[in-house]
Ligand binder design. Structure first.
Ligand code: COA
Ligand code: MG
Length: 293
């Protein structure tokens, strides 16, 4: 998933528009964009939309962001949306592997009741929204086979830390949020799932979006969340592997295939070893998904 577009679950017009946005995934939101008194209606709207959108021939992946465990709203969210069979739920304010085990059990129960295959609803977790979560980022691996991605957020974390701001005067993230971002990357690599960059909230600023997307790709993120359809083409472009990157990855794979017994190889004067091979294969998989390999 290169681009994941948030859409408030209670906004039928935006849900329709999002389907045509070109995003690889939609995140139908039941959490921060829905006021407390609107949650019940939003659940119904989310379930109806997912059930309908899932039938479309060419469609984005369909995610639902539920409310976190501490909100007391999560169980009712899952009751409403799991029967519609979203591709995944996004769990905000997640606190490590123990929360993944809890989410897995809750999903399994709903899947069984709805007659769905066990494990069909995957999980993407927002791994840095509480202070506790930062210390548990390394505990996601092996907790559940449902986990397919980790992402990070600066807004809830800054509220919890009591910070006055999360960015400096030039728009760069301050230390605590750079740490959260780096922990998300390392946590995703350790758990062998996709690292997904956070949103750029300044949605009219295309230059900032492009810069943050390129920095994210450089550092190892393979996708980014969006809050506005205009952000989607830029994110897709940045996270689609370039022709040069595809050629390079093919060369690495071909070199290792030509020398099956070797753990380390030199290509054009540069050393490559097994992690590079793994990265090259992942890049080719992403390129194929994006239709450029
Ligand atoms: N998904 C689908 N369509 C969207 C959209 C989104 N996330 N954001 C905006 N649009 C639509 C608007 O409805 C509008 O449609 P129209 O031209 O048919 O009227 C068009 O895109 C242009 O929107 P624009 O006027 O530029 O923005 P806005 O002021 O209507 O909306 C936001 C701004 C931030 C409220 C809106 O982008 C939004 O709701 N984003 C998602 C918020 C969210 O889910 N947050 C939680 C995660 S952080
Ligand atoms: Mg939030």
């Amino acid at each position: 998933m290169r681009s994941l577009l948030f859409v408030p679950a209670d906004d039928a017009k935006k849900l329709d528009k999002a389907m045509a946005s070109g995003a690889d995934a939609l995140i139908v939101d039941l959490e921060d964009s829905i006021p407390t008194q609107g949650k019940a209606n939003a659940r119904l709207s989310a379930a109806a939309f997912i059930a309908d959108a899932a039938k479309a021939a060419h469609r984005p992946r369909l995610l639902v962001r539920v409310n976190g465990f501490a909100s007391g709203l999560c169980d009712a969210d899952l009751d409403a949306v799991v029967p519609a069979r979203p591709d995944a739920v996004m769990l905000p304010k997640a606190e490590g592997g123990a929360d993944m085990v809890r989410a897995d059990a809750r999903l399994s129960a709903r899947e069984a009741i709805a007659g769905l295959p066990d494990g069909c609803v995957k999980i993407v977790a927002i791994a840095t929204e509480t202070a506790t979560a930062l210390f548990l980022a390394g505990t996601y691996g092996g907790a559940t086979g449902r986990l397919e991605g980790l992402t990070w957020g600066a807004e809830d974390l800054s509220a919890e830390l009591g910070a006055e701001a999360n960015r400096d005067g030039e728009g760069g993230f301050l230390d605590a949020y750079r740490l959260a971002r780096a922990l998300c990357l390392a946590a995703a690599a350790a758990a062998r799932v996709q690292a997904i960059d956070t949103v750029t909230v300044d949605f009219r600023n295309a230059a900032a979006l492009r810069r943050e997307s390129e920095e994210a790709r450089r550092d190892g993120f393979t996708g980014k969340m969006a809050i506005h359809p205009a952000q989607v083409p830029i994110i897709n472009e940045v996270f689609t592997p370039s022709a040069a990157a595809v050629a390079q990855a093919r060369a690495v794979v071909a070199a290792f295939e030509a020398h099956p017994g070797r753990g380390t190889l030199g290509i054009d004067g540069v050393m490559y070893d097994r992690p590079h091979l793994e990265r090259a294969r992942q890049l080719l998989t992403r390129a194929a998904a994006a239709g450029v390999a």
